[in-house]
Design a protein around this ligand. Structure first.
Ligand code: F3S
Length: 430
C-alpha cells in the first residue's frame, strides 16, 4: 500500500521545491511504504549528520568529484546525481563528527582531513543546520518536549528523548534524517504511534542501582535481555539524574537495540506500571539482582586483561558539565601517570562552559585534555600505541575493543581517574 500524502507533500514529490527536495520526499515515501506507514508526520526537530569527517567518508570527500553537495546527494539522499542542496526546512542539528579540529594533531588526524572538517562546518552553516556536533544534543539546548515528533539519529540520543523526555522518534539513518531536514516530514510509524510505546518486558530490581556505572551495567544487562523491545523498570527507590539515565540508555541501545524504556514513577509515560505497559501483559519478567549485575560486569569487561592502562577515555555519551566538574573533584590536583593519557569528550558548547569555569585548565594541569565533537569509537582517535584503555561507559567498553582492537576496562569514573593517575587498573567495584 502506498502512503497517503497531503497536498504539500505531493507538491514536494512532484518537484515544486526543486530536485533535492523531490528526491528527499521520494526517499521518505519509499522508506515509509516499506515500513507500512500510512502517512507522514510533520517534524521540526531533526538530528543527523551531513559532514564528511567520519573515517568512512573521508576518502569520498577528498575525491576530485567529491564536494559536500555530492556527499549529501549520495549519502543522505541516495542519489547517484549530484543535486544542489537547499537550506533545511526543519530545525536541524548536527550530531558528532569524526574529529576535534582543535586537537587534530593529538588525534593523529592530518591537515587535509581538518580542511574537510572546516569545509563541512561552513557547509552546515550555509544549510542552516545547528553545529552542535554532539551525540547528546539534549545537553546543549536541543531538548524536545513530550509528544514532539522528531527525526533523530544516534541510538543513545534516540533512547534518551523517547524515554526521559517523552518525545517521539524512531532511530533514523543518515538518509531519512537528511530527507527530513529538507522536507520537515518523516513517516508516521513505530515510536511515533501511541500503541507502539507500551512496555513489553518487566524488569524487577532486587538491588539498589546507585552510581552511573551501576546504571550502565543495568542498561547493558537489560539491552541484552530484551534486544529491541521496551523494558519497564520497576522497583526503583531513588531518583536517577541525567548522567545515570544517559548511561543506562546508551548501554541498553548498544548491547541490544533498545530505543525506548520506562521507569515506573520516573519517566513521563510511566506514572504507574499499568500505564507504562498500556494495559498489556509483559512477555517476560526479568529479575535484576546481585548475580545479574555481576554477570553484566563480566560481560562488559570481557576484553580486559592487562592491568597497565595506557589510555583513559571519558565522555561516552559526551559528558555534561556536571560530569566534567566531578572529574575535576576527583583529580584533586593530582598529576596523571607519565604512561597514561586522559581524553574527555564533550560538546563544544559544554567545553566553553568548562573553559569559563576553569575546569579545562584543571584537566590540562593534570596532564589530560578536554576534546569536542567526536569520540574514540566514532572518530577512531586514540593516543598512538594504546593497548589498554579504561572507560566509565558500558557503551564505549562494548565498541572500543571491536573498533580499535584494544582491551577496555569498564568501571566507575573514580576508578578511571585512579587509573589515569597511577597507570594501573585497580577496579572491580562490582
Ligand atoms: Fe557519543 Fe561516541 Fe559514545 S559519539 S555515545 S561518545 S560512542
Amino acid at each position: 500500500m502506498t502512503m497517503r500524502l497531503n497536498d504539500d507533500e505531493q507538491a514536494m514529490l512532484d518537484g515544486r521545491d526543486g530536485p533535492a527536495v523531490q528526491r528527499a520526499m521520494d526517499l521518505l515515501v519509499r522508506y515509509g511504504t516499506a515500513l507500512g506507514a500510512q502517512r507522514m508526520v510533520d517534524t521540526n526537530n531533526v538530528c543527523g549528520t551531513v559532514g564528511a569527517t567520519m573515517p568512512f567518508l573521508r576518502d569520498y570527500a577528498t575525491r576530485k568529484d567529491g564536494g559536500l553537495d555530492a556527499v549529501f546527494s549520495e549519502f543522505n539522499l541516495d542519489s547517484p546525481d549530484v543535486l544542489a542542496i537547499p537550506k533545511v526546512k526543519a530545525y536541524s542539528s548536527h550530531l558528532q563528527q569524526g574529529l576535534d579540529p582543535e586537537h587534530a594533531e593529538r588525534q593523529n588526524v592530518g591537515s587535509e582531513i581538518v580542511k574537510i572538517y572546516r569545509a563541512g562546518a561552513a557547509y552546515t552553516a550555509k544549510l542552516g543546520i545547528q553545529p552542535l556536533n554532539t551525540c547528546a544534543p539534549y545537553q546543549v539546548g536541543n531538548v524536545p518536549v513530550k509528544g514532539e515528533h522528531c527525526a533523530w539519529m544516534e541510538s543513545s540520543a534516540v533512547i534518551y528523548i523517547n524515554s526521559v523526555l517523552g518525545a517521539r522518534t524512531n532511530a533514523e539513518g543518515r538518509e531519512s534524517a537528511g530527507a527530513a531536514m529538507l522536507t520537515g516530514k518523516i513517516p508516521y510509524w513505530g515510536l511515533h504511534l501511541d500503541e507502539n510505546r507500551g512496555g513489553t518486558h518487566r524488569i524487577e530490581l532486587e538491588i539498589d542501582v546507585v552510581s552511573v556505572a551501576d546504571w550502565g551495567l543495568l542498561g547493558y544487562y537489560v539491552g541484552e535481555a530484551v534486544q529491541d523491545r521496551i523494558p519497564v523498570i520497576d522497583g526503583l527507590h531513588s531518583v536517577p539524574n541525567l548522567p545515570k539515565l544517559k548511561h543506562f540508555g546508551a548501554a541498553a541501545a548498544s548491547s541490544g537495540g533498545v530505543e525506548m524504556y520506562h521507569i515506573v514513577g520516573q519517566t513521563p509515560e510511566a506514572p504507574t506500571y499499568e500505564a507504562a505497559m498500556r494495559g498489556r501483559r509483559p512477555v517476560e519478567t526479568i529479575r535484576y539482582g546481585a548475580a545479574e549485575r555481576r554477570l553484566a560486569y563480566e560481560r562488559v569487561n570481557t576484553t580486559a586483561k592487562d592491568a597497565q592502562v595506557d589510555f583513559v577515555m571519558l565522555g561516552c555519551p559526551h559528558y555534561s558539565i556536571e560530569q566534567i566538574w566531578e572529574v575535576c573533584q576527583l583529580l584533586d590536583q593530582q598529576r596523571l601517570s607519565a604512561n597514561t593519557e586522559l581524553w574527555i569528550f564533550t560538546a563544544k558548547a559544554t567545553k566553553q562552559l568548562a573553559d569559563q569555569a576553569g575546569y579545562t585548565k584543571i584537566i590540562e594541569d593534570a596532564g589530560g585534555v578536554l576534546m569536542t565533537d567526536t569520540c574514540s569509537s566514532v572518530g577512531r582517535v586514540m593516543p598512538k600505541g594504546t593497548r589498554v584503555a579504561a572507560v566509565d561507559s558500558a557503551k564505549q567498553a562494548h565498541y572500543l575493543p571491536a573498533i580499535m582492537n584494544v582491551q577496555a576496562w569498564f568501571g566507575t569514573t573514580a576508578e578511571c581517574i585512579a587509573a589515569a593517575v597511577t597507570g594501573r587498573w585497580n577496579g572491580g567495584y562490582a
